[in-house]
Design a protein around this ligand. Structure first.
Ligand code: C2E
Ligand code: MG
Ligand code: MG
Ligand code: MG
Length: 280
C-alpha cells in the first residue's frame, strides 16, 4: 500500500483494490454485452408444499454462460449488475422471460399448468425502475394472471422512504401477485415493516436452515421466524433443504413450503416441464 499526500488530502493506493475494481469493470462490460446478446438464461428450481411434497412453484434464477463458455455465478454477477445499474435491464428481461416460460408450460398443459412462477426483484430495481408498470406489462405480454406470480424482495428493498416503498408495494399487490420476503433474517431493517407492508411469505434464509438439526441456536431462530409468520398470518418457505430429515423437521415445526437440493437443483425448462407433467 502506497500513501501519497497532495494538497492536504491523503490518498491510499491499494494495488489489490485496483485489481478488484478492474476485474469488476471487465465483468460489467462483459455483462452489458451478455444482456444485449442474450447470453443469459433462467434456471427453475421447484418450491414444494412440505405437507404434500407437490411442487407449487418454480423460482427463476439467472444464469450466464459467456461467449467463451464460462459459467458465472449469480452470487458474483448480480452484485455487479446492481452496482452498475445493469440490474434494471437484467431484471426486466428476467421477469418477462420467466412469465413467457410459465405461459409456455400452460400451453403445453392445455390450461393452467398448476405451478406458479417466483421472480427475484432487486432493491435497485425498486429504486430506479417503475416496477408495477414492468410487472403489469410482463403479465400482459405473457397472458398470465397476476395471481400466478410470486415476487421475491429482500429487506434492502424496503429500506428508504417508507411512504414510497409502501406505495410501490401496494401498487404491485393490486396486480395480484404473492409477495415474499427473500433471505429473511439476514437484513438490517426493523421488523416494523412486517405489519405495514403487504407481505405474504417469509423465506427463511439458507444460513439458518442448513445445519440446523445439529445447532440449537439455528433451530431457535427458525422456530422464532415460524412463530412470527404464523402470528402475522404469513406463510413460510425454507431455503436450502439438502436432506430429507430437514424437510420433515421443518414440516413438523409448521413450515409450509421448502426449496433445496434435496427436492431438486435449479433445472432447465424441459426438466422443469417433466416435473410438472409428472404430477399432473
Ligand atoms: P436466492 O434468491 O436466495 O436464491 C436461492 C439460491 O440458493 C440459488 O442460488 C439456489 O440455487 C440456491 N440453492 C437452492 N437450494 C439450495 C440448497 O439446497 N443448497 C445450496 N447450497 N444452495 C441452494 P443462485 O441461483 O446461485 O442465486 C444466488 C442469488 O442470486 C439468489 O439468491 C438471488 O439473490 C440472486 N439472483 C439470481 N437470479 C436473480 C435475478 O434474476 N434477479 C435478481 N435480482 N437476483 C437474482
Ligand atoms: Mg430468491
Ligand atoms: Mg432466497
Ligand atoms: Mg438466499
Amino acid at each position: 500500500v502506497k500513501h501519497a499526500k497532495a494538497a492536504g488530502r491523503t490518498e491510499v493506493y491499494h494495488p489489490q483494490a485496483f485489481t478488484i475494481a478492474r476485474a469488476q469493470f471487465a465483468m460489467e462490460t462483459a455483462l452489458r454485452r451478455a444482456i444485449e446478446q442474450e447470453e443469459l438464461h433462467l434456471a427453475y428450481q421447484p418450491i414444494c408444499d412440505l405437507s404434500t411434497g407437490r411442487t407449487i412453484a418454480f423460482e427463476a434464477l439467472a444464469r450466464w454462460r459467456d461467449a467463451e463458455g464460462r459459467d458465472h455465478s449469480p452470487a458474483d454477477f448480480i452484485p455487479v449488475a446492481e452496482e452498475s445499474g445493469l440490474i434494471v435491464p437484467l431484471g426486466r428481461w428476467a421477469a418477462n422471460q420467466a412469465l413467457l416460460q410459465l405461459a409456455d408450460w400452460d400451453r403445453r398443459a392445455g390450461g393452467d399448468c398448476g405451478v406458479r412462477m417466483s421472480v427475484n426483484v432487486s432493491a435497485i430495481q425498486l429504486q430506479r425502475d417503475d416496477i408495477p408498470a414492468l410487472i403489469e406489462s410482463a403479465l400482459a405480454r405473457a397472458g398470465v394472471a397476476g395471481e400466478r406470480l410470486i415476487l421475491e424482495l429482500t429487506e434492502s428493498a424496503i429500506v428508504g422512504d417508507p411512504d414510497r416503498v409502501s406505495a410501490i408495494m401496494n401498487a404491485l399487490k393490486k396486480l395480484g401477485p404473492t409477495i415474499a420476503m427473500d433471505d429473511f433474517g439476514t437484513g438490517y431493517s426493523s421488523l416494523a415493516y412486517l405489519q405495514k407492508l403487504p407481505i405474504d411469505i417469509l423465506k427463511i434464509d439458507r444460513s439458518f436452515v442448513s445445519g440446523m438439526l445439529a445447532d440449537r441456536d439455528k433451530i431457535a431462530i427458525v422456530r422464532a421466524i415460524l412463530g412470527l409468520a404464523q402470528a402475522l398470518g404469513m406463510k413460510t418457505t425454507a431455503e436450502g433443504i439438502e436432506a430429507v430429515e430437514l424437510g420433515q423437521t421443518l414440516a413438523a415445526l409448521g413450515c409450509s413450503h421448502g426449496q433445496g437440493y434435496y427436492y431438486a437443483r435449479p433445472l432447465d425448462p424441459d426438466a422443469a416441464w417433466a416435473m410438472i407433467a409428472d404430477q399432473a
